[in-house]
Design a protein around this ligand. Structure first.
Ligand SMILES: NC(=O)c1ccc[n+]([C@@H]2O[C@H](COP(=O)([O-])OP(=O)(O)OC[C@H]3O[C@@H](n4cnc5c(N)ncnc54)[C@H](O)[C@@H]3O)[C@@H](O)[C@H]2O)c1
Ligand SMILES: [Zn+2]
Length: 349
């Protein structure tokens, strides 16, 4: 079993092993001493893994409650959050009990925020079941729900007590959702892991892929838990990606948008002399290998305009994540007016 220790405001382990769900009950028992375990999941994941996990927890003597909500980003909102709070209150959940997030990033973000706020904070344990949630959202302690005004606008920094990753659960994940997660995997390589990019272009064990990404995210988050500086590297490709997602009315998935966003940032950086030309074929081949799009969509003008409505924008400047070389990105603070000009370089022949 691989064990990645995260030392943030709370210290916890991320455990990775194929088949680990079988041991989830025991592992949870070592961390969560309460009487009740509340499984929070969605309508796609619970029918596949819910009963199994429930049995495991009962075997360890837990009283098990389940809260299952409709799958999809549309559920990551304050209505579901309030329903979950009320469910916990009705069942007299106490501060010694734990929530268990069984599902992708939607389940993880919502459960984490409920845990951060119910009774001013109870424990939660992550069992991520999408590649994206394994390599990204389950580590770092960002929890949130969406508001009508935008994604992830209400949330908290709140760390889980344990994260259990069983890559076998990816077997039931639709292929396009797996590819979405690969966009974030490739992103880690592009930020600061040149050797990993090379390994990815060959065949790599999924446990090794997940471990490398979790460690990298852990290291970046350790240096900057509250997302004020270095953590912004994790936004590589994400500024244009957010624009593309919105412009497509979310018909382009997050992973696909990130793939195109990374292409835009890389092409523009090469055109402006900030990046080595050798980076583009490496990125492009990897994206293609994992069935991700590489063709630019919409226009620089539309993307810049839409992206600038993003909450991550602070004041008169915007921080761009610029690739410089294979496996090396840097942050560059530029005036917001120059975003359009910069992005438009990517479309030039
Ligand atoms: N907290 C963070 O740091 C962070 C980072 C990145 C993304 N996020 C958030 O994560 C969310 C996206 O997460 P996601 O891509 O995991 O989406 P998701 O949770 O919606 O899962 C995608 C789909 O796959 C289904 N699914 C999940 N696991 C499955 C399995 N093993 N087998 C079959 N189906 C399965 C889900 O029911 C859903 O339909 C967004 O809300 C995003 O804002 C958070
Ligand atoms: Zn992302």
């Amino acid at each position: 079993m691989k064990r990645v220790k995260v030392e943030a405001s709370l210290t916890y382990d991320v455990l990775i092993e194929k088949g680990l769900l079988k041991n989830a009950g025991k592992l949870i028992k070592e961390t969560a001493s309460g009487e009740t375990a509340i499984i929070v999941s969605d309508t796609n994941v619970f029918p596949i893994y819910g009963d199994f996990l429930s049995k495991e927890l009962k075997n360890e003597g837990y009283n098990v409650l389940t809260f299952v909500f409709p799958a999809g980003e549309e559920s990551k909102n304050t209505d579901t959050l309030v329903e979950l709070w009320e469910f916990l209150a009705k069942n007299h959940v106490t501060r010694s009990d734990s929530l268990i997030a069984l599902g992708g990033g939607v389940v993880g973000d919502l459960t984490g925020f409920a845990a951060a706020t119910f009774l001013r904070g109870i424990k939660y344990i992550g069992i991520p079941t999408t590649l994206l949630s394994m390599v990204d959202s389950s580590v770092g302690g960002k929890t949130a729900v969406d508001l009508k005004g935008g994604k992830n606008l209400a949330g908290a920094f709140y760390q889980p007590s344990l994260v259990i990753i069983d890559p076998d659960t990816l077997k039931t994940l639709p292929e396009n959702i797996f590819s979405d997660g690969m966009a974030e995997v490739i992103k880690y390589g592009m930020i600061n892991l040149p050797d990993f990019l090379y390994d990815l272009s060959r065949d790599m064990d999924i446990c090794d892929i997940i471990e490398t990404c979790v460690k990298d995210k852990r290291d970046i988050v350790n240096l900057d838990e509250k997302d004020l500086g270095l953590r912004q590297l994790l936004n590589f490709g994400h500024t244009p990606a957010h624009g593309i997602e919105k412009l497509s009315e979310f018909t382009v998935s997050h992973g696909s948008a990130v793939a195109i966003g990374m292409m835009i940032m890389t092409k523009a950086s090469i055109k402006t002399g900030l990046c080595s030309g050798t980076v583009l074929p490496v990125l492009e081949n990897l994206l293609k290998k994992f069935s991700l799009p590489t063709e630019l969509v919409f226009s620089a003008e539309e993307i810049a305009k839409t992206a600038l409505n993003d909450k991550k924008r602070m004041g008169a400047n915007i921080t761009l994540v610029i690739p410089e070389d294979i496996g090396k990105c840097v942050l560059k603070n530029v005036p917001i007016e120059s975003l359009y000009e910069f992005l438009s370089e990517a479309w030039k022949k």
